[in-house]
Each structure stands twice: as C-alpha cells, then as structure tokens.
Design a protein around this ligand. Structure first.
Ligand code: B12
Ligand code: SF4
Ligand code: SF4
Length: 315
C-alpha cells in the first residue's frame, strides 16, 4: 500500500507513540536496505574467527546484511530500545555475579509480546502487512539499525549507547512492507572521545576499539561456549558466572545516565537476592529449574551454569 507523505509522517508518529505506550524508551525508523559498510566489518570479524563457536553468525549473511532479503518486500526497519537497568543490584558480598539483563524473565518473551501489539495496531490502521518482529532472534544487525535510526552511537565496547540512557537496554525491531517517514542518520557521530575505560577494564583483553573477540569475552565463555572453558581464563572471570557487565558498568555514559527500568518481569525473585557463593555451588537441578525457568539462564542450562561456577571457584 502506498501512502502519501503526510500520512507516512502521521503514521510514523503513531507508531512511536504506540512504542512508548508499550514501555519502550525510544523508537526510530529507517529505510530497509543493504548495509555495505557494516557487511564489510562483519566479514572482517568473521574472517578473523572472532565469532568463536557461534557458527550461526556465518549463516544467513545475505539476510543479515539486508533486511529486505529477510522479510519479503520490506520497506522499513522500526527499531525500539527497552531499558533493563535494575533498581536493586544483586548483593556482591560472598556472591557470584550474573549479568543485569538476566535478573528476571527472558527479554525475548517480554519484548516480542510488546512488538506484536505494535504490529497489530499498525495493521488496524493500514490493513494486513507482511512483517516480522524480533529481538536478538534473527539475522539482523540490531545495533547498526538502531544507530542508523538515530537511537544512539556504537561505542568502543561495540555496544549501542544512547546519550540519554547509556547502554543497558535491549534492541528490538519490526521489519515491515510499509513505507514510513525515516529518521536515517547516514554517518552517526561517535561520542567516546579519548575514553578507553571499557578496554582497560576488560579482564580478558577481549576489546579492541569497536571490536570484541568473542573467544576472549566472558559473556561468550559463560553463555554460548560449549565444552570446557580454556585454562588461560583461570582467575580472570572476576566471579562472573553468567554474562559480564564490566565494559558497561565502567562506561561514563552508563554511570551518568542509566536509570532504573519499570518492567516488573525483569525484577529478580526473592530467592535470587538471597543467593550466596555456597548456595550457588550447591544448587541442584530442581532448584535451578524452579528459579530460572523462562529466564536467560536457560541458555547455558544447569550443566553450563555449574561448569561456570566450578571454573570460577577453582580459579
Ligand atoms: C553475537 C553477539 C554477541 C557475541 C559477540 C559480541 C559482539 N560485539 O559482536 C557475544 C556472545 C560476545 C555477546 C556479548 C554480549 N552481548 Co550480544 N549480541 C550478539 C548479536 C547476536 C550479534 C552481534 C553482531 O552482529 N556481531 C558481529 C560483530 C562484527 O558486530 P559488532 O562487534 O557489533 O561490530 C559492529 C560495530 O562495532 C561496527 N564497527 C566496527 N568497527 C567500527 C568502527 C567504527 C569507527 C564504528 C563507529 C563502528 C564500527 O561494525 C560492526 C557492524 O555493525 C546481537 C544481536 C543482533 N542480532 O544484532 C547481540 C547484542 C549485540 N548483544 C547484546 C548484549 C546485551 C550483550 C552483552 C552486554 C550481554 C552480557 N551482559 O553478557 C554482551 C556484551 C559484550 C560486548 N561488549 O559486545 C545486545 C546489545 C544492546 C546494546 N546496548 O548494544 C544485542 C544487540 C542484543 C539485543 N537485541 O539487545 N553478544
Ligand atoms: S562483556 Fe566483559 S569480557 Fe566481554 S568485552 Fe565486555 S568486559 Fe570484556
Ligand atoms: S567506556 Fe568509554 S570508550 Fe568504552 S564505550 Fe564507553 S565511552 Fe566509549
């Protein structure tokens, strides 16, 4: 369906309003198409084997570099950010660490149901569409689209940073066959300046400016990696047993601008707030299932989590 430019602008404003109504902090819209510069950078990263064991990064490249190959007749990429910065952090004394994004329910479910509602509203206004919605669940260059839609800049730690809220948020998209009014920023500025706090703080030296070597990243090693964690990382995981927040915690944009989220499903259960090293080490499978069903910790599963705990404990 072709709509005139006034209609496009109005509809784009409606979409942004619906995104805010669903609790997203910001929403930006870009024209779908091939991303040549990003494709080149990802190719360089892959050829240096920086993706480690994440074979899926080698697949669906055509789709990853061009959303119109992923969603038939795609015209627009609608991108949203959803804050997960917690009001209360897990106690640090005598405890292991899990990433803040995993304190509550799995963000895939939380964000997808919200994206679905936005799409339903779009369809109410424009009729049935060819569209798909995702968060970290499809071959899409999430951060590149967010930056292109004016939602932030990519920092030296490679994460998308929004100048009003830092980087503790998830990125979601609706890719749709509808022409809209675009916020496209051709060449987003970078606001890291001379800072290199993330590079200096990373305990495994995984970061070079704008590049993370997954082989060395604690997040990869504790969540995605299969098999034993290599011995060279003994003593370097700094008590992280699921993910790692170091390169975000030290970032001045987070120190200054991160504000607590208001998503009840992301709040940690009481039992998680009461964990300590001994309880983690003695965690049995039924308790794991009870505590972490429907959370990001299901990805490594009980076996993966216990591998991480034992590795950190023995380091
Ligand atoms: C693979 C992956 C990982 C891998 C690899 C990380 C990486 N940097 O690529 C591992 C497992 C290590 C990982 C870890 C984490 N991840 Co992750 N991950 C992804 C995934 C699935 C793909 C990312 C990707 O395409 N990587 C390929 C490489 C080549 O891309 P890149 O490093 O981002 O490089 C780009 C830019 O840096 C840029 N670039 C390169 N050179 C230059 C130079 C200049 C000057 C500039 C400006 C740009 C630039 O070009 C590249 C292409 O755009 C995305 C979801 C998605 N579908 O996009 C989530 C995603 C990036 N992850 C996310 C999160 C939350 C994390 C963790 C924070 C989780 C945690 N706490 O443990 C950590 C952070 C580690 C880190 N510093 O990156 C969020 C990030 C949100 C945000 N604010 O940016 C995403 C977007 C998921 C989501 N939808 O919310 N992740
Ligand atoms: S998540 Fe941790 S290990 Fe990975 S790059 Fe950031 S600081 Fe380094
Ligand atoms: S810590 Fe500094 S260098 Fe790293 S992403 Fe943040 S501002 Fe950029």
């Amino acid at each position: 369906m072709l709509i005139n430019s006034l209609h496009k602008k109005q509809l784009s404003e409606f979409i942004k309003q619906w995104a805010y109504d669903e609790g997203f902090s910001v929403c930006g819209i870009s024209k779908a198409g091939f991303l040549p510069q990003e494709a080149e950078r990802v190719e360089r990263w892959l050829s240096g084997n920086k993706h480690a064991g994440m074979e899926y990064m080698q697949r669906n490249k055509e789709k990853r570099y061009d959303p119109s190959k992923l969603v038939e007749k795609a015209e627009s990429v609608i991108t949203v950010l959803y804050n997960y910065y917690p009001r209360v952090k897990l106690p640090e004394k005598d405890n292991y660490k899990i990433s803040k994004y995993a304190y509550g329910k799995d963000y895939h479910y939380v964000l997808k149901s919200k994206l679905k509602k936005i799409l339903e509203k779009i369809e109410e206004k424009t009729g049935k569409r060819t569209a798909r919605y995702f968060t970290d669940s499809a071959p899409v260059l999430d951060k590149a689209w967010a930056a292109r839609s004016g939602l932030g800049f990519i920092g030296k730690n490679t994460l998308l940073i929004n100048r009003k809220m830092g980087s503790f948020f998830f990125i979601g998209h609706i890719i749709i066959d509808l022409e809209l009014h675009y916020d496209d920023v051709e060449d987003p500025a970078n606001y890291c300046g001379t800072c290199k706090a993330c590079i200096e703080a990373c305990p495994t030296e995984a970061i070079k400016p704008f590049e993370v070597d997954a082989n060395r990243c604690i997040s990869y090693l504790t969540i995605e990696h299969k098999g034993d964690i290599p011995d060279e990382f003994k003593g370097k995981l700094n008590d992280w047993i699921f993910g790692c927040d170091i390169c975000q915690d030290v970032c001045p944009w987070n120190i200054r601008f991160s504000k607590p989220h208001s998503e009840p499903l992301f709040n940690p259960p009481e039992e998680l707030l009461e964990m300590n090293k001994k309880k983690w080490e003695n965690l049995d499978k039924p308790t794991f299932k009870k505590l972490f069903k429907g959370t990001p910790l299901e990805r490594p599963g009980y076996k993966g989590l216990m591998r991480n705990i034992n590795f950190v404990k023995e380091s």
